[in-house]
Design a protein around this ligand. Structure first.
Ligand code: OXD
Length: 341
């Protein structure tokens, strides 16, 4: 047994030799765990430089080159192979690369005991504001009717009310919905919004709870859906809700395709009750070639572009959350799995 007294007594060379033997024997048996982040998304290459710049001490690995899964402590995911996260035994936090997390909450896809963080980001909100303001103004200023008149070489001025005479209703007043509500109110629209709990946004009337959903819809000329997709909101925009809109109203849906009962929407457009549907999200994406939305004269299809996550601003906020995790501070923007967002 090598006691402290004997250790001091041995020569410098003997100490160095003994230390060398000790390291060879034990250090090689104990694997040195390096912290790694697994990235899984079809646009992973756009994220890699920004993640690497934001967190120099974390190794960024892109699926399927994941290496030893025991080293993975963080995962940034959008498209995700079925069981990979369940195999990462040391996983600490999962970051969604988008605002919506509905697809990640499909049963069994991500381990339910690991915190899941969603994107809340100014650039994401700004892009959504641009999409929504553009869409509302296009309906409000009758752009689609003038385009149709142009096809027929018709010169016919159509009356456009003032923005203050147009009632806009937003379903969902989270980060995106409230940014859009404020921007539309600043332009002068008569804006109201509906959410589960009451919200206070300047110049925006707040409706909340089940009882106030239909009253919000009944006072709305342009309905915008920015709800999270949950079992409670799936198929919410159905025949009954569409029938509650005033005749001639329009729908803008950058939320999720599964909020809308497509058959009911087509019926409301065909009967003339609804004027236009501007759809950016669909039940199946890409929208199948044979889908009636493609050729419907009063449906405007965009390919899920309303807003996109920008790695320039989101990578630093992922790094900040990792820093918070390591210093035992509460994480930001953690999904409440009981609410589904
Ligand atoms: C998102 C999306 O949820 O792109 O961020 O749809």
């Amino acid at each position: 047994m090598l006691t402290a007294r004997r250790w001091c007594a041995v020569s410098h060379f003997t100490r160095a030799y003994l230390l060398h033997r000790f390291k060879r024997r034990y250090y090689t048996a104990i694997p040195i765990r390096q912290m790694a982040l697994l990235l899984s998304s079809s646009d992973a290459q756009d994220w890699v430089p920004h993640l690497k710049d934001s967190m120099t001490d974390v190794e960024v690995r892109v699926w399927p080159d994941a290496g030893n899964l025991d080293a993975i402590e963080f995962a940034c995911v959008w498209e995700l192979p079925d069981d990979v996260l369940h195999k990462c035994r040391n996983l600490k936090v999962i970051f969604s690369l988008g605002a919506g997390v509905d697809h990640l909450l499909e049963p069994g896809l991500v381990p339910s005991h690991i915190p899941l963080v969603r994107v809340v980001d100014d650039l994401l909100s700004q892009r959504m504001v641009e999409h929504v303001v553009h869409s509302v103004l296009a309906v409000h200023r009758r752009q689609f009717e003038f385009a149709e008149q142009q096809q027929r070489r018709v010169w016919r001025p159509l009356h456009t009310p003032l923005a203050s005479e147009r009632r806009v209703g937003i379903l969902g007043l989270g980060a995106l919905g409230s940014a859009c509500a404020s921007a539309l109110a600043r332009i002068g629209f008569d804006v109201a919004g509906w959410s589960r709990t009451q919200k206070h946004i300047d110049n925006v009337q707040s409706f909340h709870g089940d009882d106030q959903l239909i009253p919000l819809v009944q006072r709305t000329d342009i309905l915008i859906c920015l709800l999270p997709l949950t079992p409670q909101t799936e198929n919410m925009i159905d025949g009954a809700m569409l029938a509650s809109l005033p005749k001639g109203a329009s729908l803008i849906n950058p939320g999720r395709g599964r909020h809308v009962v497509e058959h009911d929407l087509l019926a409301a457009l065909d009967s003339g009750h609804l004027s236009y549907a501007l759809l950016d999200t669909f039940r199946i994406e890409p929208l199948p070639q044979s889908h009636p939305f493609w050729s419907h004269p009063r449906v405007i299809v965009t390919p899920h572009i309303a807003s996109t996550t920008d790695p320039r601003s989101v990578a630093p906020s992922i790094a900040e959350n990792i820093r918070r995790y390591r210093s035992n501070q509460p994480l930001l923007n953690v999904v409440d799995r009981s609410q589904g967002y």
